[in-house]
Design a protein around this ligand. Structure first.
Ligand SMILES: CCCCCCCC/C=C\CCCC(=O)SCCNC(=O)CCNC(=O)[C@H](O)C(C)(C)COP(=O)(O)OP(=O)(O)OC[C@H]1O[C@@H](n2cnc3c(N)ncnc32)[C@H](O)[C@@H]1OP(=O)(O)O
Ligand SMILES: Cc1cc2nc3c(=O)[nH]c(=O)nc-3n(C[C@H](O)[C@H](O)[C@H](O)COP(=O)(O)OP(=O)(O)OC[C@H]3O[C@@H](n4cnc5c(N)ncnc54)[C@H](O)[C@@H]3O)c2cc1C
Length: 627
């Protein structure tokens, strides 16, 4: 029945202060108030409905996304929302759109790589959305290998301009979000050529479309690259293709914080590391880690609530069947994902601090922590997105057949989420960056200081690399093993940041205790999963492995009575979850049944096509029918 909380019995089992945990999850009392208010504002506004998305064609989906983006912007202006509130509104609208790239990449690139003068010119236009930007780095032929990009930017001292050109088919810009149909400007990455000399890849602000009638400017061939994975909402994003035909831009539209080109045609490399050209990627990678905790927590919330609602087998003397959340197999699949959602939340908080710290240092021309920041953002982006994509799929499977319905919210969540393993740095490529950082760290330790902890094994690897073949060839030969080492290094980071979080003051009855249980689950699950490595290196004995397994089962039993309260702490509205299986009141079956009849296929009792195709079949008239 509507209005009845079918999960009340579960909520009454909770052993901790859920409201206090909501504040821990949000990050602070202020962050909770903003999130709570904005999520309810979005959920209560029909202009932001999303339950009809799966029935829209791609063009309808795209146009609806433009409508929502414009409506969101009007809401932000009308309600005088702050930048923080506006970002939360875009988050809870939950629609992949050009605004993600405008705010998440175009603006950070100008802030990170533009001079003061360039920031003063372009940022006010971008903040007021008087221009709409995209981040055009990837090409048809190159994405991971940034230094392999083929678009050229040739300086013409006669006119004090750069000539942007796509010399080959593979140099076509390909994938940039917002590029296909919406963006008026791009940060375009191109190989700089000055005085006939190649100077590496740099960023350029290029206007793509007229601000009067939105038509592509001369020399631009631009469009959408076509349908993407599944029928998911990511098809609302116009990932585009763009070819430049000798497009001229003023010299002052090269982003010149890192390097400069003078009007005389002199290339100047300031003492800022070349890698700052990659700065926007550092920013996005750290936001992606926070996004991973959000996406995984959504899937876990759905699967946990449904696992408490669903009963299957185990009826005693005609009594109720067993809740599937009580099966140890369900717990051993679900609760490590619940623990991971919290673990990624806290490592994401730390990474946000690390990014802010490195940004502050860079402003003072202190580049000492840039390598560490790169390794951490790259490694944690890779680790958390892989675990989250796998975790969303596991949550779908934990919900049985109903998990495969669009109305469960899980297929869409998976389809929209999985490209995170590829964009902003393909996950293996990023782990190789971490491996390179680890190797460099080890080689710098020198003979007097042996590596310890998770990089102790690197001594053997380093010896092997140096004696058997050159370091470069050794690295390539052992890259698959080094990627595993990189994952282990990042897992250590996640566990250690969870432990550090527990050393902080955490108010609320039973809250810290619950987090300690989740931290232990996360760590022991990893030990169980990788016990082969731990055993073969003598880090643990078979007895330790058995003890860990026993302790895991005990910890699952401790989480069980608190599971619903732990996902309630995410404080997601039913609108944001977009899932009948995960609805707050647990009233699943009537809602599933009601939703089925809303499908367009049920608009007629006899389906279109019956008379043309089915009836001839049934009446054995198929031989003569015109198909
Ligand atoms: C409101 C918030 C919303 C935000 C979310 C928006 C989401 C929108 C949806 C999707 C957006 C997706 C956008 C994209 O995908 S943009 C394109 C992303 N592309 C990539 O990530 C490319 C990956 N490739 C690279 O980063 C580089 O090519 C490389 C793999 C790192 C190789 O670099 P390079 O060829 O220069 O050479 P090296 O490996 O030799 O590196 C040289 C040294 O530089 C150091 N390095 C490399 N990268 C960085 C960095 N980013 N920062 C700092 N330092 C870096 C590297 O460690 C080497 O140092 P060393 O000391 O060892 O010499
Ligand atoms: C949904 C989506 C949105 C995107 N948005 C944008 C955007 O807004 N702007 C933008 O510029 N780009 C965007 N991209 C492009 C994205 O950044 C690239 O796809 C990504 O960087 C991966 O590069 P790639 O496609 O060239 O993969 P590749 O590098 O070709 O990867 C293919 C395979 O080769 C392997 N590989 C590659 N190099 C090595 C190596 N050195 N050693 C070992 N293995 C290797 C990879 O691990 C992978 O298995 C987007 C992509 C997607 C899917």
């Amino acid at each position: 029945m509507e209005g009845v909380d079918h999960l009340a019995h579960e909520r009454n089992k909770s052993e901790f202060d859920v409201d206090a945990m909501k504040i821990v999850w949000a990050g602070s009392p202020h962050a909770f108030v903003v999130s709570d208010r904005i999520s309810k504002l979005v959920a209560s506004d029909p202009g932001f409905r999303k339950d009809n998305r799966s029935t829209l064609s791609r063009k309808e989906l795209f146009k609806n996304t433009l409508r929502k983006a414009a409506y969101a912007w009007k809401t932000i202006i009308d309600l005088h929302l702050s930048e923080e509130e506006a970002a939360k509104l875009r988050f809870y609208v939950d629609e992949p759109a050009f605004t993600d790239v405008h705010w998440g990449m175009f603006i950070p690139a100008i802030k990170g790589q533009g001079t003061e003068e360039q920031q003063q010119k372009w940022l006010p236009l971008a903040y007021k959305m008087q221009i709409i930007g995209c981040y055009a780095q990837t090409e048809l032929g190159h994405g991971s290998n940034v230094q392999g990009l083929e678009t050229t930017a040739t300086f013409d001292p006669q006119t004090d301009e750069f000539i942007i050109h796509s010399p080959t088919l593979t140099s076509s810009k390909w994938w940039p979000g917002g590029l296909g149909k919406v963006a008026t400007h791009a940060i375009a990455y191109a190989l700089l050529i000055v005085g006939g000399r190649e100077q590496g890849v740099h960023g350029f602000i290029v206007q793509l479309r007229s601000l009067e009638d939105h038509s592509p400017l001369p020399g631009m061939t631009v469009g959408d690259i076509g349908m993407k994975f599944g029928n998911g909402a990511y098809n609302a994003m116009d990932n585009g293709v763009l070819r430049f035909d000798h497009v001229r831009i003023p010299r002052n539209q090269m982003l010149m914080r890192v390097s400069q080109v003078t009007c005389e045609g002199k290339y100047k490399q300031s003492d800022v590391p070349r890698q700052l050209v990659y700065g926007a990627m550092l920013y996005v990678r750290q936001t992606i880690v926070a996004d991973a905790s959000c996406a995984l927590s959504r899937a876990v919330c759905i699967a946990t609530r449904y696992s408490a609602v669903r009963r299957q087998f185990g009826s005693q003397n005609g009594g109720p069947e067993t809740q599937v959340i009580d099966y140890k197999t369900q717990q051993s699949r679900l609760f490590p994902l619940l623990a991971s959602a919290y673990a990624f939340r806290f490592v994401g908080e730390w990474l946000k601090w690390l990014y802010a710290d490195v940004t502050q240092r860079l402003q003072a021309n202190d580049f000492s922590t840039l390598p560490e920041a790169h390794a951490c953002t790259a490694g944690l982006k890779s680790l958390t997105t892989t675990a989250t994509a796998d975790g969303i799929e596991e949550c779908r499977k934990l919900c049985g057949g109903h998990g495969y319905l669009c109305s469960s919210g899980l297929p869409e969540l998976f389809a929209v989420y999985v490209p995170a393993c590829t964009y902003e740095g393909e996950n293996t490529v990023l782990l190789l960056q971490v491996a390179r950082f680890l190797m460099k760290t080890v080689s710098q330790l020198g003979s007097s200081k042996k590596p310890v902890g998770t990089i102790a094994y690197m001594t053997r690897v380093e010896h092997l690399m140096q004696c058997r073949c050159g370091v470069q060839r050794g690295f390539a030969e052992l890259s698959a093993d080094l990627v595993e080492a990189a994952v282990a290094h990042c897992q250590l980071l996640v566990v250690s940041k969870f432990i550090e979080k527990l050393q902080q003051e955490i108010p609320g009855k039973g809250v810290k205790q619950q987090l300690e249980v989740l931290c232990n689950i996360y760590a022991l699950f990893l030990l169980h999963k990788h016990q082969g490595d731990f055993l073969s290196t003598g880090c643990i004995t078979p007895k330790h492995a058995a003890l860990a397994n026993d302790e895991l089962r005990s910890l699952y039993s401790q989480v069980r009575p608190n599971a619903i309260a732990l996902v309630d702490a995410f404080n997601y509205t039913d609108h944001y979850l977009g899932s009948i299986l995960g609805c707050y009141d647990g009233n699943v079956y009537p809602k599933l049944y009601e939703a089925a009849w809303k499908d367009p296929l049920n608009e007629s009792v006899v389906p279109d096509g019956y008379h043309q195709y089915i009836r001839p079949l049934l009446k054995q008239e198929i031989r003569t029918a015109r198909l």
